[in-house]
Design a protein around this ligand. Structure first.
Ligand SMILES: [Mg+2]
Length: 313
């Protein structure tokens, strides 16, 4: 299990010390190059048959996504992208053409977010494609966002909408870098992460790191039209709300924000006029551990975190 392995790894690794500022456990590691200059570093690997199926998706979208998930992790840390490294493990047959397509997909995004590809590696083997991207970002003078700073009384805000990403959003999402950098300058953000594995699963991780819990007002969760469409086509017993809470790959920001700042942000919606992205308050951070859902009738009940985890023995 990925969660168990990560817990073992965090215990097995020595404590971080300078120049490493933040090690394994957040959305990116942070290296302090000098007291006033810190670099966030993150890496993510996607592979054929696990994260996508090459027969079913244009390799350009795969290349774009491989970079976008890393930019989303830099956004989660409020780090300005500065450079990326791309490593490809290509199938021998058709590998060159595939590599070109992957790059054609990711290079426009690298350009858009000023995250130039400056290195990497290209290998071939008799197995399926794997693409690993490493991204570096610069922390601002206000510091980085971390998962561990949420305080009871903080408002829980999210960007955008949730659920049904499998229909398209999982490849075509815009990493919330600009939004995070704006928030870094204009609000007291106590904790943040990007929602990659599922809203409730990732919120539970943020709460664990912060030593707190959370109450969600279920009627306020912004549900994407994709989630509603998925319910219509799948005809499963899942509701659009369940898709929004548990689907994963939304790549929106999840933020614990000072309550007064949050009220101002939700009323003024500055990110909507700047970037076309809405902020929604979905709940608040509480002292009591665990996740709690409050339905429209005001009934409060425990919320089981759900989402995607890599499974291995
Ligand atoms: Mg992340």
């Amino acid at each position: 299990m990925e969660a168990e392995f990560l817990a073992w790894l965090r215990g097995r690794l020595p404590a971080v010390k300078p120049p490493i500022d933040i090690g394994v456990g957040d959305d990116a590691a942070v290296i302090a190059c000098a007291a006033d200059s810190r670099i966030a570093v993150t890496t993510d690997m996607l592979s054929d048959g696990v994260d996508f199926r090459l027969g079913e998706v244009d390799p350009r979208r795969v290349g774009r996504k491989a970079l976008a998930v890393n930019l989303s992790d830099l956004a989660a840390m409020a780090a300005q992208p500065i450079a990326t490294f791309v490593s490809l493990l290509l199938p021998r047959s058709g590998g060159t053409a595939l590599a070109r397509e992957l790059y054609e997909g990711l290079l426009p995004l690298a350009e858009e977010f000023s995250a130039p590809v400056v290195g990497g590696d290209t290998n071939a083997w008799d197995g399926p494609l794997a693409i690993s991207v490493t991204a570096l970002g610069r922390a601002g003078p206000q510091g980085v966002f971390v998962r561990s700073g949420a305080r009871p009384g903080d408002a829980i805000l999210v960007t955008g909408e949730f659920g049904g990403s499998i229909l398209a959003h999982q490849f075509d999402f815009t990493p919330r870098v600009r939004e995070a950098l704006w928030l870094r300058e204009h609000a007291k953000v106590h904790a943040a992460m990007d929602v990659s594995d599922g809203l409730t699963l990732d919120l539970s991780r943020l709460c664990v790191e912060s030593g707190s819990g959370a109450e969600l007002e279920l009627s306020r969760i912004p549900i994407s039209s994709h989630a509603r469409r998925l319910v219509a086509v799948e005809q499963l017993s899942l509701s659009p709300l369940q898709h929004a809470l548990n689907d994963g790959e939304d790549f929106e920001l999840l933020l614990a924000v000072d309550a007064a700042d949050a009220a101002r942000l939700v009323a003024d919606q500055p990110l909507e006029s700047l970037f076309g992205v809405r902020l929604t308050q979905i709940g608040r951070v509480i002292n009591e551990r665990g996740l709690w859902g409050i339905d429209a009738a005001g009934t409060r009940s425990p919320l089981e975190p759900g989402g995607f985890q890599h499974r291995f023995d």
